[in-house]
Each structure stands twice: as structure tokens, then as C-alpha cells.
Write a protein that binds this ligand. Structure first.
Ligand SMILES: NC(=O)c1ccc[n+]([C@@H]2O[C@H](COP(=O)([O-])OP(=O)(O)OC[C@H]3O[C@@H](n4cnc5c(N)ncnc54)[C@H](O)[C@@H]3O)[C@@H](O)[C@H]2O)c1
Length: 486
């Protein structure tokens, strides 16, 4: 059963009492969802197993960076509409709707999704809910998970003979870090996997404002809802890797990757978004989600179905090798070493020539988060490249407007500095890998006055090549053939 509608009147409200909402897991997704639910007028109780996170949120302090979210958090913590707890008993006795937003990371040493957090959160809710309630999964999960969890809920409640009818729905989340508040308050579509009209009606009450604004509403079964999310991420990852595969061609034969993307992007069937050539995708979603999808279809005996995603993953990871290789080429040219061939064997294990060139080189690493306007460094291409250069002997000075603390927690041995100027001062090579506005606006003459050598790699294709060359920089960029003369 799938229904797709725009604003249908909220005609089946079964109760006039306002819904009480809990959000289980208050990380990037959950804290945003909780604050936005409060903004929509609901009483909200956020739950996390991390007491430090709950304490910070209860004080109105956001433990991560997300534009616009601190204001919402403060506003609704102060009004008392938004509270936080570590107690499942408290949320179980209180809320009508429980959203689950716990993490589903990649399993250590494997490609599949680690479902232990989502399983634990579901079981805890099932054990502690003492009234009628709807549990709504928002985490990204492999297809088949919701059906399994619905059985887990039913069995747990029957074993413990608990009062109240509890149902499960799946409502995948599409928010983008950096735009999370706007994406949550004004989503471009709402997808709900339900197995009863009642569950759909409860969710229609939750999302009444979006429905009144004609947001497309897709009510379907569990499997479709789960697959919509991973299909969207697989498509986006493919689009990025597609243009980056063409980067490998333009790097070899010449041509302008940006013009190519613009030209094909004019075709409305293709579209220009997600066609920016660069160091590729990272973060807490796309990489692990395409790997989890491959692992899941393999479990289903459909190994060949998503095999192309392994290629997309490879293309993506090769971009990181390419940055390391470009660093070696740029520094070789500057140091007067014979020019190394492109893709000459750098990567995880630097070859002896690369080590010789990189050893002691001062590299200013601009950006370490996986994208701008976030402090998230999970599977960040920039952080991976910084670590590889460090491992090969470079002195790496990392500056990111928001990501230094998270990066330092993962790779403490890199050098972290508090200003862009500090990173640039005395650098032999500048590498831009996260397209923060601050870096896009850098003045080549000012940068030239700080660095030791005028070398820059644009890993996101956001700098004006001519302006940097005019200021005397050797400019290299992903998707462009490197010409040591410029
Ligand atoms: N971050 C995004 O942009 C985004 C976007 C769409 C979907 N998602 C999906 O949302 C889910 C959460 O992602 P995230 O980035 O918010 O992760 P996160 O790591 O920032 O947050 C997860 C939170 O869950 C808590 N937690 C773990 N086990 C728990 C339990 N048993 N009970 C209560 N809390 C528990 C953790 O302490 C943590 O605070 C993932 O499935 C992810 O794929 C994330």
C-alpha cells in the first residue's frame, strides 16, 4: 500500500490533546528533531544514554555545531517545552510518540550497518512504555529492519505483559547537516512506512504543519520507506563519483571539469547539483550507507545488484589518493625534483619518493570537516588526507572553523591551530579540502604574504585559478591537469 498526496486535511484527528513527543538518541539527527518538534509546538522529551550530552542539552548547550540550532534549543529549554533525560521509564510513561534517532554506523571491520544501538533503543522502549504509543524509527537502516523490530516490540511486550498498545512506523530522515533546522521544519518530502491507518494518522498529526504547506506525503510499507532513504543516498553518491570519474579523464587529457559539469547540468534530466568535482563525499551517512546497502543485498543473495556501488566507493576514495599525489607533484616541481608521473603510487602507503618529497614539508590544511557548516569529521576526506600527509612525514597545520576539536579527538598527532593565518604562516603548500566561505574568500595576495612557498591545491574547485596564478601561486585542482609551469 502506498499513497502519495499533498496537503490532505487533517480530518481524522482522533484526539484533541496535544501529542507528547520523545526523541531517543540526541546526536545530529535527534537533537535537531527534538528542538524542531518543540518549535512546532509539541512538548518534547529527548533521551540519550550519554549523561554528559543530556546534561549539556539540558543547560541549553549544543554539543555540536549546527547553524540555527543553538537558538532553538535555548528558546525551548528556557520555555520548558523541551527537556532531556537518560530515563527510559520517564519517556515510556509520558510520551505518545517516540522517535528513534540513534546511530547506525558501519560495523567495525565490516561493511554492514551496526544495528546494536537501534536494537537496544527499540528494546528499551518496548520494555518501558506503559501506555498506548507509536514508536517511529528515523535512523537509516537496512531493508527488513523495521519488520524485525516490530516483532521484537510485540514479543517483548507480550513477555512482560505490559499495558498499552504499541505500534512501529518508519519515517526516514533526509536532513542535511548545515541545513538541518530548515530541512526538519520544511522537509521536501515526508515518507512514512506504516502498517495501519492509525499509525499514519498519528504521523499526520505530528507533521500537520508540513502537510498544510503541501509537502509531499508518501505513506507506504516498511520496506519501501527503508529503501527510499538508502536509494536516495546511493543515487547522490553515484552522482558525485560520476563527475569524479570524469575528473580522472580531464586530469589525464586536459579539459575543464567545471564546464563539463555545467554543460551536462543544464539538462534537466541530469541537473547540476551534486556534480561538483572535488575530493569526494564523506561524513556519517553516504559512505556507510552505500556500504551497508551492498552488505544487505549480498545477504539477500543479490550480490550483483549493487556491485556498481563498490566502484563508486573506489572512485571516491581514489580522490584522496589524488590529493596526496598532487601534493607530491606540486612540491616536487617546487623543490626541483624530477616530475613524478600522475597517480604514481601514493595513497595509504607512501612510496619512498613521496616520503622524500613530503618529509618535513609544511602543509597548511584548510578544512577538516566532511562539509562546511558542520563540525562533523566522520569519514572526512580532508582528515584522511591530512593524516596520510602526516604519516608520510609532512608537518601538517590543520585549521577548520568548527572541526578542530573533533579531528583532534581522532588524530591527536596532527598540528591544530586556532586561526587560518596561523596555518598559512610559513607553509610550503596550502591545501583546501572543505569549502567553508572563509576559505573561498581568501585573498591570494594576503595568503602570499604569509606562506613560505606559493603553492596551493584546490580540493573543492572553489578558488579562482587565474587570481591565484596572478598572485604567483602554483595552482593545482582536482579534475584539472596539473601544469607545474602555473
Ligand atoms: N547526521 C545526519 O546528517 C543524518 C541525516 C539523515 C539520517 N541520519 C541517520 O540518523 C541516525 C543518527 O545519526 P546521527 O548523525 O545523529 O548520529 P550521532 O552519533 O550524532 O547520534 C546518535 C546518538 O544516539 C545515542 N545513543 C546510542 N545508543 C542509544 C540508546 N540505546 N538509547 C539512547 N540513545 C542512544 C548516542 O549517545 C548519540 O548521542 C543514523 O542512522 C544516521 O544514518 C543522519
Amino acid at each position: 500500500m502506498t499513497t502519495t498526496t499533498a496537503a490532505r486535511p487533517i480530518d481524522q484527528d482522533t484526539s484533541s490533546a496535544p501529542l507528547r513527543v520523545s526523541v531517543v538518541g540526541t546526536g545530529y539527527l535527534g537533537a535537531t528533531h527534538a528542538a524542531c518538534m518543540a518549535e512546532l509546538g509539541f512538548e518534547v522529551l529527548g533521551l540519550d544514554i550519554d549523561p554528559a550530552k543530556v546534561a549539556a542539552l539540558s543547560r541549553g548547550e549544543l554539543p555540536f555545531h549546527e547553524p540555527g540550532l543553538p537558538e532553538l534549543l535555548t528558546k525551548h529549554v528556557q520555555s520548558g517545552r523541551l527537556r532531556f533525560t537518560t530515563s527510559y521509564a520517564e519517556v515510556g510513561a509520558w510520551a505518545d510518540v517516540h522517535f528513534i534517532g540513534v546511530g547506525t554506523p558501519q560495523k567495525p571491520g565490516e561493511t554492514g550497518a551496526d544495528l546494536r544501538y537501534v536494537d537496544a533503543a527499540t528494546r528499551s522502549l518496548a520494555e518501558h512504555i506503559t501506555r498506548d504509543a507509536l514508536i517511529v524509527g528515523k535512523s537509516t537502516v537496512p531493508v527488513g529492519t523495521a519488520e524485525r523490530l516490530a516483532t521484537l516490540i510485540a514479543d517483548t511486550r507480550a513477555e512482560n505483559n505490559l499495558p498499552g498498545a504499541v505500534e512501529l512506523a518508519w519515517n526516514p530522515e533526509f536532513l542535511r547537516e548545515g541545513y538541518a533546522v530548515a530541512d526538519t521544519l520544511c522537509p521536501d518530502r515526508l515518507v512514512v512506512g506504516v502498517c495501519s491507518g492509525h499509525a499514519e494518522q498519528v504521523l499526520r498529526r505530528v507533521y500537520a504543519k508540513s502537510l498544510a504547506e503541501h509537502t509531499p506525503w508518501i505513506a507506504t510499507d516498511y520496506a519501501t520507506a527503508e529503501l527510499v532513504k538508502v536509494a536516495a543516498n546511493a543515487f547522490l553518491a553515484t552522482k558525485i563519483s560520476f563527475i569524479n570519474a570524469f575528473s580522472e579523464i580531464t586530469e589525464a587529457v586536459g579539459g575543464d571539469i567545471g564546464t563539463l559539469a555545467d554543460a551536462i547540468g543544464h539538462d534537466p534530466r541530469i541537473g547540476r547539483r551534486f556534480l561538483n568535482a572535488g575530493v569526494g563525499f564523506g561524513g556519517g551517512c553516504l559512505p556507510k550507507d552505500i556500504r551497508a546497502l551492498q552488505a544487505r543485498v549480498s545477504e539477500l543473495g543479490l550480490d550483483r545488484t549493487m556491485r556498481f556501488l563498490a566502484e563508486m566507493d573506489d572512485i571516491n576514495l581514489r580522490r584522496r589518493d589524488r590529493v596526496v599525489d598532487l601534493a607530491v607533484q606540486v612540491l616536487s616541481a617546487d623543490q626541483g625534483h624530477p616530475r613524478r608521473p600522475a597517480n604514481g603510487g601514493t595513497g595509504h602507503t607512501p612510496d619512498p619518493v613521496s616520503v622524500q618529497v613530503l618529509n618535513g614539508a609544511k602543509v597548511a590544511m584548510l578544512g577538516v570537516t566532511f562539509k562546511p557548516d558542520s563540525d562533523d569529521v566522520r569519514d572526512s576526506p580532508a582528515l584522511d588526507v591530512a593524516n596520510r600527509l602526516y604519516t608520510a612525514g609532512a608537518e601538517v597545520a590543520v585549521y577548520d572553523p568548527k572541526g578542530n576539536a573533533n579531528a583532534a579527538a581522532r588524530f591527536p598527532r596532527l598540528g591544530y591551530v586556532d586561526t587560518c593565518e596561523a596555518a598559512l604562516t610559513g607553509a610550503d603548500l596550502v591545501i583546501l579540502l572543505t569549502e567553508w566561505d572563509q576559505f573561498k574568500a581568501l585573498d591570494p595576495a594576503h595568503v602570499g604574504s604569509l606562506v613560505a612557498r606559493r603553492n596551493i591545491i584546490d580540493g573543492r574547485n572553489v578558488l579562482d585559478r587565474r587570481a591565484w596564478q596572478a598572485a604567483g601561486f602554483t595552482h593545482a585542482a582536482l579534475g584539472h591537469r596539473f601544469d607545474p609551469g602555473h
